[in-house]
Design a protein around this ligand. Sequence first.
Ligand code: CTP
Length: 131
Amino acid sequence: MSRTVITFGTFDVFHVGHLRMIERAATYGERLVVGVSADELNRRKKDRDPVFSEAERLAIVAALKPVDEVFLEESLELKRDYILKYGADVLVMGDDWAGRFDEFQDVCEVLYLPRTPAISTTALIEKIAQA
Ligand code: CTP
């Protein structure tokens, strides 16, 4: 049986931690769907505008070999709807979210994968600003 994997993120200032997460997520099924968070959602969540627009971030993630489909994540409250809409069998998240999505275990398998150490969009923005 073919399994669909879903994962979510901002994927701003795309870096190797993002790539590794997407590559590993893809190994849990045959089809990988990625929800890329909308600019407006980021403004609310992180209190700053992403460096790259949602259209640019969608284009970058969609171009990756392991990614079959992308969509814009408009609201954190719609996770269950997205899981059902895309027919996801597995939800993969970084372990910075450990335990936070266990409520969806009634509709899909929920996995938390370890983050790549020592890299993040926030750290990169700070490093570049200091350079
Ligand atoms: N991720 C990862 N390893 C990292 C950074 C991110 O595995 N070093 C994963 C996250 O766990 C998530 C996905 O990549 O599943 C998208 O993460 P995102 O929040 O967009 O990136 P961050 O670099 O964590 O961004 P920020 O610093 O703004 O929180």
